[in-house]
Every structure is written in structure tokens, then in C-alpha cells.
Design a protein around this ligand. Structure first.
Ligand code: DAK
Length: 258
């Protein structure tokens, strides 16, 4: 399917979504978010796709929600319409593993979108920030919450209160970015990483993802219990039998997603 503000492609088992509003720094207008949701639905429903990469291309990830679209709205407009809530959490609810590949600015809603992915790979040009305060607003899609969980209170406060951006070294040091990739290699490395994930058992990968995500939703005791039960449930799958017997037989496993 073709879209106005995003481009979707596939490389084998990996679905790639590229944000594509270059004239507006990939600002995340309502239509773009709608198209992003549809593309994720498509990849979720496509059984040949086993992992997803979300990128903005090699110049910019996204400079946030579309300021021009929201500047004239009043409180009652945004409150009654629950403005830009619809669709924004779709990336976070994607069941298939999804990697953010960030080049250039990931600001405001752009940083929030990257954080909704399972992890972030970034190249040397990446810059992360929550600059909403500089335009008289605050983050609205997880910037005060997911960022604080990722990098802690002190840095999050500083970024949200001053609008200061982090370069990629600081973002990697702080735990926001899992790995820094040399510029030019980002997409291929993200796809390679997504292919590695795609070679695993999909139900087991989803269980792993759900278990990590519990760490952000619950107490340690509840999270550990969830993890243990999820671990137990892997023993109900043929893929666990295949994985362990392949290990013992010193061969590569052939997972069947069952
Ligand atoms: N919105 C609309 N247009 C944008 C934009 C944005 N966020 N960012 C850039 N542009 C447009 C510029 O207006 C300019 O357009 P023209 O003048 O050419 O028509 C074009 O992109 C190029 O931008 P610049 O001329 O500014 O380029 P520079 O290289 O000088 O600067 C920059 C690049 C990325 C540093 C700068 O553009 C910038 O600071 N952009 C705005 C960053 C920002 O304030 N972002 C936060 C926006 S608020 C929620 C969900 C999400 C959100 C809230 C709630 N819910 C689920 C409830 C999110 C809110 C936000 O993200």
C-alpha cells in the first residue's frame, strides 16, 4: 500500500516504515500518525513479517508533533477531542518486535515515538530532546514518563525544563539508545538486528517483549512472577523443545512459531 507521509518496504521478514515529510522535518501531523497506525496494522497482520524497523531516513527522525497543526487550538478543542491521543500509542502496542533507527533530530513527539519502540539504534548524527517547554507546552506522549524511566529523573527534568538536547553519546551513556551505529550503516544494521530477532520463535520473542515491558508497569515482585510464568509457558511450545534439543545436538534450531 502507498501512503502520503510514510513509505513502507520489506526486506525478507523485516517490515520497514520510513517517516516521510522531509519539508516539515518529518513533523508528526495527524494524517501521518493515521498512516503509521495502518502500516503497523498491516505488518502485524502479515504473517511473513516477523519484526519491524521504524526510521525517519538518514537526515531526521522526527521534529515532533506538527506545531502548525496545533498552534491555534484551545483547551476545550484538545480536551474534548482528546487531541492527538488517537493512534499515538499504536507503536507501543505493536506486538511484533519494533526497533527505532534514529538519524538526526528526534524531538518532542519524535523522541516519544522512538521511545515507544522496543529499543533505539542511533547513528552519530542523532539528537534527542523534549523541547516542548520552549514552545509553551510540555511533553504529551510519554516524554515525562518513558524518558524518566529510561534515563532517570535528573536528566529528564533538565531536558524537560530547559529543552536541552542530548547528543548520541550522552543518549547511549544514559541508556536511551542501545547502540551507536556509524553514519551510513544505520538502516542496514537495524535491519540486520531485526533479522536476528526474526530468526527467533515469534511467540517466544513476544513473551520476552511482554515480560520486559512489565518492568515498567508493575512492582518487582509482580514483574518477577509475570516473568516466571511466561518462562514456564515457553515449555508449552515446540519451539522450546526445538531450541533446547538443537543446542544439545550442536545444530541451528528451526523454529516453527508453535
Ligand atoms: N511542526 C511543524 N513544522 C515543523 C516542525 C514541527 N514540529 N519542526 C520543523 N518544522 C518545519 C519548520 O517550520 C520549517 O518549515 P518552513 O518554514 O520551511 O515552512 C521546516 O520544518 C524546517 O525547519 P527549520 O527551518 O526550523 O529547520 P532547522 O534546521 O533550522 O531546525 C529543528 C530544525 C528540528 C531544530 C527545528 O525545526 C525545531 O526546533 N523544530 C520544532 C521542535 C519542537 O518544538 N518539537 C516539539 C513539538 S510539540 C501527544 C502526542 C504528541 C505530542 C503531544 C501530545 N498526545 C498523544 C496527547 C507531541 C508534541 C510535540 O512534539
Amino acid at each position: 500500500m502507498s501512503y502520503e507521509h510514510i513509505v513502507t518496504t520489506t526486506r525478507g521478514p523485516v517490515g520497514i516504515i520510513t517517516l516521510n515529510r522531509p519539508d516539515a522535518m518529518n513533523a508528526l501531523c495527524a494524517d501521518l500518525i493515521d498512516q503509521l497506525c495502518i502500516s503497523i496494522d498491516e505488518f502485524e497482520n502479515d504473517q511473513s513479517i516477523r519484526s519491524v524497523v521504524l526510521t525517519g531516513g538518514n537526515k531526521i527522525f522526527a521534529a515532533g508533533a506538527d506545531v502548525k497543526e496545533m498552534q491555534d487550538k484551545g483547551f476545550i478543542d484538545v480536551y474534548l477531542a482528546d487531541f492527538i491521543t488517537k493512534g499515538w500509542e499504536r507503536v507501543a502496542s505493536c506486538r511484533k518486535p519494533i526497533i527505532a533507527a534514529v538519524s538526526g533530530y528526534a524531538l518532542g513527539g519524535g523522541c516519544e515515538l522512538a521511545m515507544m519502540c522496543d529499543f533505539i539504534l542511533a547513528d552519530e548524527s542523532a539528537k534527542f530532546g523534549q523541547p516542548e517547554i520552549t514552545i509553551g507546552a510540555i511533553p504529551g506522549a510519554g516524554g515525562t514518563q518513558r524518558l524518566a524511566r529510561a534515563i532517570g529523573k535528573s536528566k529528564t527534568m533538565e531536558m524537560c525544563l530547559t529543552g536541552r538536547m542530548m547528543d548520541v553519546q550522552e543518549a547511549e551513556r544514559s541508556g536511551l539508545v542501545s547502540r551507536i551505529i556509524p553514519s551510513g550503516d544505520l538502516l542496514s544494521e537495524a535491519v540486520k538486528t531485526a533479522e536476528t530477532i526474526a530468526s527467533m520463535s515469534l511467540p517466544i520473542a513476544i513473551l520476552a517483549k511482554e515480560s520486559v515491558n512489565r518492568a515498567f508497569e508493575t512492582s518487582l515482585a509482580e514483574g518477577l512472577l509475570f516473568e516466571r510464568r511466561a518462562f514456564h509457558s515457553t515449555f508449552a511450545t515446540r519451539d522450546q523443545k526445538e531450541g533446547m534439543s538443537a543446542f544439545v545436538a550442536k545444530r541451528k534450531p528451526k523454529f516453527k512459531d508453535c
